[in-house]
Structure formats: C-alpha cells, structure tokens
Design a protein around this ligand. Structure first.
Ligand code: GLV
Ligand code: MN
Ligand code: MN
Length: 406
C-alpha cells in the first residue's frame, strides 16, 4: 500500500526535478508558451527524453506503427496491462502542462510504486500519443484515432501541415492504422491531465476524476469571392469573402450562446493576405462543442445556414467540410466510481478533448485532473502548482496500484 503523501516533500522535489528537464524544450521566449508540434524538432526531443526515462527505469520502449510510444513495465504478452500517459505536442504557444504532465506524472508514479515495493500483477505501460492537439495536421487525437481505427490510415497519411508536409512524410512511413493486437493488450487507460477550467479552484481540491467529455468537432469553412483592388473597386461591386467570414464568426458566437454551447474560430487564413487587396479566399476553422450531440448538430447546422444565406447576399461562395468529430464520451462509470472512492476526489465533466476520450470507446478509461489556478489552458497562462502536480502523481500511483494489483 502506498504511503507517500505530498506533505512529506520528496515527491514534490522529484516532480520539480523531472519537470525541469523538459521545461525549456520548445518554449518560445517571447510568449512563454510552447511550440511543440507533433514530430517537429521540439517534440522529437521530448520523444528522445521519453526513451531515456524509460531506459533509466528498465522499461522497453515500443513505437507502434502510428507514431505512438509505449514504455513497458512488465511483459507485453502478459495481457491486461494498465495504460497511462498523455501527449507531448502543444497548440501554438500552448501551456506547459497540457499533455506533458500526464507523461512526467506517469514515470513518477512508476517510481512511487517501485519505491513502495509494489510489484504489479499486471504490466503498467506509459504512453506518449502523437498529435493529440491536431495543431500540425488538423485532426486531434490522431495517434489514438489511428491505433483504435477511428480514422482511416490513408486519410491520416495524407493530412498535411501548413507547409504541405504530409503526416506520412513526417512519420517516415505510412501509418499502420488500427492495431487490435496492441489495443487488446490493455485492460484500462488512465490519463493524468491539467484541468482546463477553474472547477477545482472552486471545489478547493487538488485532483478530480473525470465523468464525461462533451461531443465536439472541427469544421473548415472556405469562403471564396473575387480578389480585387482595395482602392478602385466600388463597394457595391465587391464580392468580399472576408465579410461572409466575419458574419459567420459572429453568427457562431450567437448560436452557441443561445444553446449554452461553445463555438470558436481560432484559426483563419486569408488569400492573398494583402492590406490593399480584397481577399479572394478566406478559410476559417470552427471548433464547436456542446453537452449533447443534438445541440452540437443544431449549432453547426444553424451556423452553416446563416453563413450560406449571407454568402448569397455577399456574392461569395461557401463550402463547409467536417474535419474531425468526437461523440459524447461518458467515462466508464464503474471505474470512475472506484477512483472517486479510492481518492475521495470530486467528479468533473469537461469540454476538452483527450486521447482518453478516443480510447474510452475501446477499453475502460478514466481521467484525473489536476487543479489549475488560472483556469486558463491552450495559453502560456496555464498553470499548476508543484504541490498539486505531486498530488496528481500520488493519486495516479494509487490508481495504478489499484488497477494493476487488485
Ligand atoms: C484538445 O485539447 C482539445 O480539446 O481540442
Ligand atoms: Mn489540449
Ligand atoms: Mn491534452
């Protein structure tokens, strides 16, 4: 039985030490945020660090055919392994904790178990999933979607980053896609993650157990019009896709508010992107989320209808392409209940997407959230105290012990 507690101190020190090893990797000195896009230099450095950490613990590392890394404590053929871990990649100028906390925390949880003399009956596996944010290739949770067969391997292979590099080229091979043999080795997945809101601040608790993830997805809106001269084209003669785009952003905000849902257009590209030219094309990516699938569907359809109507008035054209979709995830109630009892922790739903959400359709899955004093995420302002991170590690260690030994 584990007896370490945060008050004892050493775990905090171990967390600080290991965390410091990666704190500078991919950090932008201007914003203070991270540029750790999947399979770029910064993320590859972290993948190398993952291998070193695994080696130091005598945990053989397996890279699957999709770019995901797995470090094994125990025999992969034993079956019923307990999987933990998260992702290294970030959104542009993202926070330090979203992803890496779950990997650093997993290695430290292994250390905690070993220090306590725990000998698991079943393997414990630390994972680093590739391209969780979708910041480089557009589809979030790409590694876990590939592993589970939730995305077609050919489609994933052809996804391109902003410089035109395909996922297959970045990976160095066509992704293998669904791997039922590997997936079948896991009996449960538990992801430790920073909270992406302030519920734990209000609850005055360092760690929570997740209950559900809102359905969500990404839709690309391409608006086309007529590129022309900003000084000579009469206002009445313009076919300006920027107007249709701007109206659509406002409509998305309004429709989301009407439904208690979330809509964001956080990425846009403009052609030719010149101050003195009416654009010929604007592309905006809608990220939409809601508590229920029907609400999400209604939201996106309302935005699409309003945008189409507006395009008619602007003399522009519009196409709307779904890029990714994640249904409602209700985490395994039995497992969550077990963890709540074990940890005496509150339960939280979330609007954020996670590899745990993808894996939840295939094996019993749970998430632990660590308090975030700012409540901010996907931003350099994301935060967590060392003490709360250590509490998260201690909680994860208890959960791994519970699942791998009982
Ligand atoms: C990932 O963090 C997402 O929710 O988009
Ligand atoms: Mn994220
Ligand atoms: Mn994350």
């Amino acid at each position: 039985m584990l007896t370490h507690s945060v008050e004892e101190g050493p775990l905090i020190n171990r967390f600080r030490k290991l965390w410091a090893e990666i704190a500078g990797v991919g950090r932008d000195s201007g914003s203070g945020g991270y540029l750790r896009y999947a399979l770029t230099e910064a993320e590859r450095t972290l993948r190398g660090w993952f291998r070193e950490q695994a080696d130091a613990r005598g945990m053989p590392v397996q890279q699957d055919g999709n770019g995901n890394l797995f470090a094994w404590w125990g025999d992969p053929d034993a079956g019923e392994a307990v999987l933990t871990g998260s992702h290294f990649d970030s959104v542009p100028h993202g926070g330090a904790y979203d992803g890496p906390l779950g990997i650093v925390g997993a290695f430290l949880a292994v250390d905690e178990l070993r220090a306590a003399g725990v000998a698991p009956d079943r393997p414990i596996v630390v994972a680093a999933f590739v391209e969780e944010e979708g910041a480089r290739f557009g589809v979030p949770c790409l590694g876990s979607r590939l592993l589970t067969g939730e995305i077609d391997a050919d489609r994933a292979a052809g996804l391109r980053d902003r410089a035109g590099v395909s996922f297959a080229d970045a990976l160095g091979a066509r992704p293998a896609g669904a791997d039922p043999t590997l997936l079948g080795r896991f009996a449960a997945f538990v992801e430790l993650h920073v909270e992406q809101g302030r519920a734990l601040v209000d609850a005055d608790a360092p760690v929570a157990v997740a209950s559900a993830i809102w359905p969500h997805g990404r839709w690309r809106f391409d608006f086309t019009g007529e590129g022309n001269h900003a000084g000579t084209t009469r206002m009445a003669d313009r076919r300006d896709p920027m107007l249709t785009y701007a109206f659509t952003v406002l409509a998305a905000n309004k429709e989301a508010r009407l439904r208690d849902a979330h809509a964001t257009v956080g990425r846009v590209s403009v052609e030719p992107n010149a101050t003195n030219a009416i654009p010929s094309r604007v592309t905006g990516w809608l990220d939409a989320r809601a508590a229920e699938a029907e609400t999400l569907h209604g939201l996106v359809e309302a935005v699409r209808a309003k945008a189409t109507e507006r395009a008619g008035r602007d003399g522009t054209a519009l196409t709307c392409t779904p890029e990714s979709a994640t249904p409602l995830v209700a985490f395994d109630g039995g497992l969550a209940g077990r963890l709540v009892t074990l940890l005496d922790a509150p339960v939280l739903p979330t609007g954020a997407g996670h590899d745990a959400g993808v894996l939840a359709a295939h094996l019993p899955t749970a998430m632990l959230f660590v308090r975030n004093p700012t409540g901010v995420s996907h931003s350099p302002a994301e935060s967590a105290t060392d003490a709360d991170c250590a509490a998260g590690v201690a909680a994860l260690a208890r959960v791994l012990e519970e699942l791998a030994c009982h």
